[in-house]
Design a protein around this ligand. Sequence first.
Ligand SMILES: Nc1ncnc2c1ncn2[C@@H]1O[C@H](COP(=O)(O)OP(=O)(O)O)[C@@H](O)[C@H]1O
Ligand SMILES: N[C@@H](CCC(=O)OP(=O)(O)O)C(=O)O
Length: 372
Amino acid sequence: MQSVIHAASRIVVKVGSSLVTNDGKGLDRDALARWAAEIADLRRRGKEVVLVSSGAIAEGCQRLGWTTRPKAVHELQAAAAVGQMGLAQAYETAFGLHGQKTAQVLLTHEDLADRTRYLNARSTLTALLALNVVPIINENDTVVTDEIRFGDNDTLGALVTNLIEADALVILTDQQGLYTADPRKNPAAEFVHEAQAGDMALEAMAGGAGSSVGTGGMYTKIIAAKRAARSGAATVIASGREANVLSRLADGEAIGTQLIAPTTRMAARKQWLADHLKLSGRLVLDAGAARALRENGVSLLPIGVTGVDGDFLRGEAVACVDENGAEVARGLVNYSSDEARLIMRRPTREIETVLGYLVEPELIHRDNMVSL
Ligand SMILES: Nc1ncnc2c1ncn2[C@@H]1O[C@H](COP(=O)(O)OP(=O)(O)O)[C@@H](O)[C@H]1O
Ligand SMILES: N[C@@H](CCC(=O)OP(=O)(O)O)C(=O)O
């Protein structure tokens, strides 16, 4: 069995609070230095990596001298704001030693649920990856209330995996991976090397958090693997304390628990667009654009559009039809219907002159489109 990470070119790595803060004793700078060295190594091998790191609340509590995790949301938020400073600074230093640039990205649930903000978050992250920057993501705890919290970063890691259509999610934690029961409570628990993500039997094996600083336990990791599989990504759950864990996974070594996605990324994307998107309008394409989309699956540029039907906003789904009204593709549009009417039939270089700004060069990026 070879690790799925060997062939993965875009990877989300999630590290939990217990690892990052040494079970709440304070930032584990040695661990951060190891992961930074390994992620820099993965970048050199041509893999794109996004890091989702927990630990702000645990580190904030430590810095504020609080010995127990508070229950009140405003106190958790205050702790997160204090701790996040330490996290960002420590990661920047650790990655800087390898000449690797980093960026801090704080997200809320709403950023991923709202279509327009979803597209914005996606373009920022893909732009950072193209610039050879490692984005370091955490939940924006300061502005979220209990009802809209991700709460645990396993869920956030899975949603980021869906957002950027990563090939794999690696969840690093304080256990070797998934066991048939919580190994802290049941010494007879057996290790699970490989399973299908979404297999219901896994949910019964997984228990809650093992330490006082972790939140979701194994259960949220199993659910995260199920979510990641929706966009065709595999999940690996492994120990963040294992030497060179990320580099060895990239070499193909099967460390930890591997949860395989039942569908491929392309099939998952088509299913998602087909299932979830209510079409809000239509773009009529000229013959050249219709052919290019059909035959080469390219992005749609404004110059190939001759008509715009309906009222829609940036991020909504539209159909692309040929001159006879036959649907060629559908996708998430980068400009509203009003903007699209102004820029259709025009070359991309004129977008800024016509609108006064350039959001994206394409009307629909090929990553946000499926051909029919
Ligand atoms: N079936 C299981 N296999 C492995 N670990 C489990 C299982 N069920 C519960 N756990 C617990 O989940 C813990 C990891 O989750 P958590 O404490 O939330 O860590 P993190 O901060 O890395 O997200 C482990 O320390 C372990 O005690
Ligand atoms: N945003 C929170 C992360 C929530 C959390 O505890 O997640 P995890 O340790 O991954 O179960 C923080 O930085 O403290």
